[in-house]
Each structure stands twice: as C-alpha cells, then as structure tokens.
Design a protein around this ligand. Structure first.
Ligand SMILES: [Zn+2]
Length: 133
C-alpha cells in the first residue's frame, strides 16, 4: 500500500487509530482519491471499512483512509459512487480549512441494524453512528 502524501495514521484521541493531515488544506479541496475494492452484499464481506455506494454495493477502503474516524461534526466528506462501467470511486474533500496535525473525521452512518455508540463528544453528537431517517 502506497502512503498517501500529506496523510498519516495516528493513535486517535477519539477511538482506535485515526488519520491526520500533515498539510494545510483549503475548504472544498480534494485531499485524496480513495483506493478501494468494490463488492456486493451477497458476498457477505467484512463491511467495517466499507462505504455504501448504492444499496447492496460496497467499497472497501484499502488505503490510509480506512482509519478515518466518525464524528457528528465532520471536517471532511467522502463523495463516492459507481461509474457507468461499474467501477467504484471515492474522494475525500475538506469541509473547512484544516491545519497540519488535525485529525480528519467524516460523518459516516451505519444502517440501523449495525448502529454503534458514538464517542465523538462534539456538541451536536447524536449518540449513535446511524443513518438519518
Ligand atoms: Zn457523535
């Protein structure tokens, strides 16, 4: 796995490992494209580090972005989808200006049957990592 320039995996203050930016980032800028592998619900794979691209279509993040933590007050967003050729893609973008050393968080959400407690401790914490209804 090649290291993504400007990102570093660290021991997070929130949970487990996390990812920091080692560079300044401008609001709206693309931090990186995400390397991932597409798979389908019927394959019953480990989905802990997977994005849901479309119902039943997952994208397992296989680079440093795999270690991104969730926050209810995110500072990055992951845009993702499926191309018309059936390939998955995902891209990490800054939601605000970021300073070197800041941990990156995105507001991923799990289906209700897989929801987990959230420990982000932000003012707007919803208590659970779960999709909005
Ligand atoms: Zn939270």
């Amino acid at each position: 796995m090649a290291r993504i320039p400007g990102l570093q995996v660290i021991r997070s203050k929130v949970a487990g490992y996390g990812v920091i930016t080692t560079r300044k980032r401008k609001k709206g800028s693309v931090i990186t494209n995400v390397e991932g592998v597409i798979w389908y619900a019927k394959e019953k794979r480990d989905d802990r580090h997977s994005l849901i691209l479309e119902p039943g279509i997952f994208f397992d993040m296989v680079d440093q972005t795999r270690y991104l933590n969730h926050s209810c007050e995110p500072n990055v967003v992951v845009e993702a989808g499926v191309t018309k050729n059936g390939n998955g893609w995902a891209q990490l973008q800054a939601l605000r200006d970021l300073k070197p050393g800041e941990e990156l968080f995105f507001d991923y959400a799990l289906p209700p049957e897989l929801k987990e407690r959230c420990y982000c401790r932000t003012r707007s914490c919803r208590g659970w990592i779960v999709e909005k209804r």
